[in-house]
Design a protein around this ligand. Structure first.
Ligand code: ARG
Length: 387
């Protein structure tokens, strides 16, 4: 029997896939990545075995996710189409990497996933997996199987006694991990309709947020956050705490129509409190310590990097080259930023760094001024000379 490692979530799709693959003579090994989605993995593991998986691997990838995927994206200032902090997109190459690792471990010849043929995630999983091992067969049942609707799938599940979690019945498609939450489908498919309050889980409505602002200081070392209000925290704990702080203050809701890689425009809602705070703070710190040319040059490169992540090109040479570039730019992005969190807004109200290029003696209009204004005349003449 051929062995296949399935990226299993415990939901309806991947549960049906176990049976579907078995019907095609595969020995199915389920693989679950824990990236902070707060599921009861014991329950899901039992469900996979009951459905027919011969074995289940649950792998805790939380630390690795933040350290090796989220932090590089933070250093790069990567935000897709200026709004999406890429929580889902960043998790895919990590899951694919471990799926391939488990395939090797189990001597499987194939891997499978539950993505549809319309999304970005199929691309991210498959491009990554093929870059790591081009010989693995890749199976994407949802793209080819016979079910047209969710109802048909549920029927198939019932006929085949596949245990599915009925309490999970929701009109929305949700992807969640430590770094953020993505919500689509249902009424959200109409971009004119305001998202109903019920879709949000990580953030309170700004209207219900506290009437007093919360101040928080985030300290960075070489472009990544290391302390919150003076306290050193491990990456994982740090992200969790910023998610809580931001969420409590109604920060991190994003409503977008975005351009998918397959050409479709889709409407998606994101909740990413920690990402919102971190990106806002780091950007301001950069403004303080980077020279003008570096600062301006970096922006389009950040956009490019965000595209690479979004397009599933994490394991490519270019992504690694840009990592080297961004690491270099972050050499001096160390210091502290004070944020004011208030009813959905995150405002930077203070910044300091031992590498600051801000010189009060040059900027001031007061007594301390050392800037020689007479030099400006010659500078301006030469500046305009070429034209
Ligand atoms: N549009 C986002 C991306 O491509 C999120 C995809 C998953 N969203 C979801 N609601 N299941 O990265």
């Amino acid at each position: 029997m051929k062995k296949v490692v399935l990226a299993y979530s415990g939901g309806l799709d991947t549960s049906c896939i176990i049976k579907w693959l078995q019907d095609r003579d595969y020995d199915v090994i389920a693989f679950m990545a824990d990236i902070g989605q707060n599921e009861d993995f014991d329950v899901i593991k039992k469900r996979a075995l009951k459905t027919g998986a011969s074995k289940v691997h649950v792998v805790d990838l939380k630390e690795e996710f933040i350290r090796d995927y989220v932090f590089p994206a933070i250093k790069a200032g990567a935000v897709y189409e200026n709004k999406y902090y890429l929580a889902t997109a960043l998790s895919r190459p990590l899951i694919a990497k471990h799926q391939v690792r488990i395939a090797h471990l189990e001597k499987a010849t194939a891997i499978a996933h539950g993505c549809t043929g319309k999304g970005n995630d199929q691309v991210r999983f498959e491009v990554t997996a093929r870059l790591l091992n081009p010989r693995l067969e890749i199976i994407a049942p949802v793209r080819v199987w016979e079910f047209k609707t969710r109802e048909e799938e549920i029927e198939y599940a019932q006929e085949n006694k596949i245990p599915v979690d009925v309490t999970k019945k929701s009109p929305y498609s949700v992807d969640i991990n430590l770094y953020g939450r993505s919500i689509e489908c249902g009424v959200l498919e109409d971009p004119w309709i305001e998202p109903p309050e019920e879709i949000y889980k990580l953030t309170v409505s700004p209207q219900k947020a506290p009437n007093k602002p919360t101040y928080v200081e985030v300290e960075f070392a070489k472009g990544v956050p290391v302390k919150i209000s003076g306290k050193t925290l491990k990456p994982l704990a740090l992200i969790e705490q910023l998610n809580k702080l931001g969420g409590k203050n109604g920060i991190g809701r994003v409503d977008v129509v975005e351009n998918r890689l397959v050409g479709i425009k889709s409407r998606e809602i994101y909740e990413n409190p920690a990402a919102t705070l971190i990106h806002a703070a780091r950007q301001e710190l950069e403004a303080l310590v980077l020279d003008r040319e570096t600062s301006h040059y970096k922006n389009p490169v950040s956009q490019k990097y965000a595209e690479l992540i979004y397009y599933g090109l994490w394991e490519t040479p270019m992504k690694k080259q840009l990592d080297a570039y961004f690491n270099k730019t972050q050499d001096r992005v160390s210091g502290t930023v004070r944020l004011k969190l208030y009813k959905g807004n995150c405002t930077v109200v203070g910044r300091k760094s031992k590498y600051s290029r801000y010189k009060e003696e040059l900027a001031t209009y007061g007594k301390k001024d050392i800037f020689d204004q007479k030099l400006a005349e010659g500078f301006i003449k030469l500046w305009g000379l070429p034209f």
